[in-house]
Design a protein around this ligand. Structure first.
Ligand code: GLA
Length: 738
């Protein structure tokens, strides 16, 4: 069924709906755009959300439109559920937008002006976004609000997908006056929820501990899930889910919200004095301001909202499809990703041609498909104190040049990939010597170092152009199949000598626009390259990056046990095809933990698979396991990378963890089970599969056992033969017989 957007002119109600959901809003008697409902599809609206007025103390009233008439004391913006709020006109909650006018006022008052409905989904210029491939995939509603004193319009854009439970939102501000204003806050979306029990799930973390699932009740006060680091960050992912207290992985309402943006973000949630909850999502207002000249516009990033009444797995599944199919672009979004060997944890920067060739030889022999040369191939980089910004090969490290390594890998039948960190500059670099002002800095202040490096001022086009020119020299001349794009520190001293003092609040956002511009130019010029994002592991794992690069390095933490949580948390919002995941050596370099090659393989195989260790140092039996793992992965990777991922048992709750990959036709099933710690008197747990065909029989080829789909889902399977040791894993494959 097609997506519908209807406007009831009499009631002034907008109704966005498809097979799954309805979104309702209404223009009221004061021209405010009220939020009515966002949830399961309803056929028709019959005024049950007409807002009950009440005279409440200390909540001001909206002046009557008729001069001399007393205002309606039962109507206050302080409690009306609004689609997009202004500032300082009686609504004391978090503002959706704050504009400083030419007289220094920050009052903003939005009233309805008009609407238009468009087939399809118009493009946002110069920003990442979800898209459609034909106009029948979505319908878009633009509602224009106006502040008549400022002469500024806010165009609220809502797109509803036809066959997905997805609505996207963004806002465009248009200054129609000739005055210059400053935007101090400009949310991409706001939702005001009526009183209800609600919990919020977020993905906080840290470097080497990304996207840990946290769930909490929303109480009074304001919660800010945000980044102030200049990137989306390891520390708080730009994603939240709002759920009912009873919602589980398989049942209950879940509203997932992602900001398609890689810079400072803010998801603020506040509960007001009558227990209504306001959500504001957008660019963080921290250190933000934007000069909006007369007759100019500002476009916010996009928010993706997914609705489910069937629990968190269903919500994630919708995100997985959308991000893979209509956010990621290019030929690799659907291509089976190669098995990689990366030299980082094997050699760090201490390599030469001999070492690299021996890694390639061994990798080719065990069935690896791509060799990635990580950090240390450029400038005179032997450690992390030099050469960022000098993207030409380090001649002394290569006998026959960098091109020689690429050629060698190709001759051995492997693809070849290279690491870059384009946004950075080392003090010890030619680039810094020639252009010290290219680094972000504030005059007469010390420059904060992090990992011995500075951040380039990507708000300046000439800086972005310099890096583009350097990169294309390598990309044009070396035969590359893959690029890993890293970003290994956060921003400080955010000031640019290219902008006037009053415009310094623009630099964080302009940095991101510069980054997107560079990425766009490169992915367009090299469509055959498989691009992977990275930021000290998964420090920039967001939908903005996925628009350019179909995969991201999930974490610098490659410990199998730590990865259970990291990958589980990441899967809440992002598809498996975007999560790269490698086997590294044991004991693990980040945690010191020892795990078997099987456990490490099983965890890494639950993503886009590869290795990050010295294969030469593995004993023969482990090498044999590696050969088996690669063979197994190649056979099943289509199912893993593009099948339906189902979370069954959470590492955030239990000592046992399980997940499954199920083909869209429900005929192929891979079940992964893990046990973390060994217990005396071990419990024996059962995993019940979900989403199979009840009336089909499934064979497990490894044992030739046959089970009914109904059995696998209702009786379930014991996890493993009891093993009295830590860190156990198993993988079982089932195939429908009919
Ligand atoms: C970051 C990445 C690692 C590796 C190093 C190289 O930490 O996440 O995978 O590329 O940089 O310096």
């Amino acid at each position: 069924m097609a997506a519908h957007i209807t406007y009831d002119g009499q009631k002034q109600v907008f109704h966005l709906s498809n097979h799954f959901l309805s979104y309702l809003m209404q223009v009221d008697q004061h021209g405010l755009l009220q939020h009515l409902y966002f949830g399961k599809k309803i056929r028709k609206y019959h005024d049950e959300r007409s807002y009950p007025g009440l005279d409440r103390g200390f909540s001001g009233n909206v002046p009557s439109l008729n001069v001399g008439e007393q205002p309606d004391r039962t109507y206050s913006k302080d409690m009306i559920l609004q689609e997009y709020s202004g500032n300082q006109t009686g609504d004391y909650r978090e503002a959706g937008s704050i504009i400083r006018s030419d007289i220094g006022s920050v009052t903003v008052d939005w009233r309805y002006k008009g609407y238009e409905i468009i087939e399809g989904k118009p493009n946002l210029t110069k920003l990442p976004q979800s898209y459609v491939e034909s106009d029948d995939e979505a319908t878009t509603l633009n509602i224009t609000l106006e502040d008549s004193a400022l002469k500024v319009d806010a165009v609220l854009t809502y797109t509803i997908y036809t066959d997905r439970p997805v609505i996207t939102r963004s806002v465009k501000l248009m200054n129609k006056s000739s005055a210059t204003y400053y935007l101090e806050k400009i949310a991409s979306a706001q939702i005001d929820f009526p009183k209800q029990d609600m919990e919020v799930i977020s993905l906080p973390g840290a470097h080497v501990r990304e996207r840990q699932i946290e769930r909490q009740k929303i109480k009074h006060g304001t919660y800010r899930f945000e980044s102030r680091r200049g990137t989306s960050s390891h520390h708080m992912n730009p994603f939240i889910a709002l759920v009912h207290p009873d919602t589980t992985e398989f049942q209950g309402e879940a509203l997932g919200i992602q900001l398609v943006y890689s810079g400072n973000h803010l998801f603020s949630l506040s509960k007001d004095y009558i227990d209504q909850t306001r959500l504001i999502v957008g660019i963080n207002d921290y250190d933000f301001s934007w000069q909006l000249k007369g007759n100019s516009e500002f476009q916010t990033p996009e928010v993706i909202m997914v609705y489910s009444h069937e629990g968190l797995n269903d919500m994630s599944n919708t995100f997985h499809h959308l991000l893979r199919e209509r956010v990621a672009r290019g030929k690799h979004r659907f291509s089976e990703r190669p098995v990689v060997i990366n030299n980082w944890e094997a050699t760090f920067m201490d390599f030469d041609t001999g070492k690299l060739k021996s890694i390639i030889d061994k990798a080719a022999e065990v069935g690896v498909e791509m060799f990635v040369l990580d950090d240390g191939w450029f400038g005179h980089r032997d450690d992390d104190t030099s050469s960022l910004g000098d993207w030409y090969e380090y001649k002394n490290k290569f006998e026959d040049g960098l091109g020689g390594i690429a050629q060698y890998a190709h001759e051995k039948g492997l693809k070849f990939g290279l690491w870059f960190e384009p946004e950075m500059i080392s003090r010890d670099s030619d680039l810094f010597e020639q252009h010290p002002d290219y680094a972000l800095q504030v005059p007469d202040r010390e420059m904060t170092l992090s990992r011995s490096q500075y951040v380039l001022d990507f708000s300046r086009t000439e800086v972005v152009n310099n890096i583009f020119q350097q990169m294309i020299k390598i990309l044009d001349n070396i035969s590359l199949d893959y690029v890993k794009w890293d970003m290994n520190r956060h921003l400080t001293e955010v000031w640019s000598n290219a902008y006037a003092p009053m415009r310094q609040g623009e630099i964080y956002h302009r940095y991101i626009l510069g980054l997107y511009d560079l990425m766009e130019r490169l992915v367009e010029r090299y469509p055959n390259i498989l691009w992977e994002g990275c930021s000290g592991g998964g420090g920039r794992f967001d939908a903005g990056i996925l628009y350019y690069f179909p995969q991201t390095w999930t974490s610098d933490n490659t410990d199998a046990v730590a990865r259970l949580k990291i990958q589980y948390g990441t899967s809440l919002a992002y598809p498996i095809s975007s999560m790269t995941s490698h086997v590294s050596e044991s004991p693990n370099q980040q945690t010191g933990r020892s795990t078997t090659i099987d456990m490490r393989g099983d965890v890494a195989m639950s993503g886009v698979f590869g290795y990050e260790l010295n294969l030469d140092e593995l004993p023969e039996d482990e090498l044999d396991s590696v050969r088996q793992q690669i063979k197994f992965y190649k056979k099943h990777r289509k199912l893993i990378q593009f099948g339906k991922f189902v979370r069954l048992d959470s590492p955030f709750v239990h000592n046992t963890v399980s997940w499954a990959f199920i083909s869209e036709d429900q005929k192929k099933v891979l079940l992964f089970n893990f046990k973390i710690l060994s217990e005396a008197q071990p419990e024996i747990s059962v995993t019940k599969l979900k989403g199979l065909k009840s009336d089909s029989d499934y064979i497990e080829p490894a044992t030739s056992e046959i089970y009914g789909g109904d059995e696998l889902m209702n009786i379930g399977l014991y996890d493993f033969p009891v093993q009295q040791r830590d860190f156990v894993s198993s993988v079982r494959y089932f195939e429908a017989l009919q």
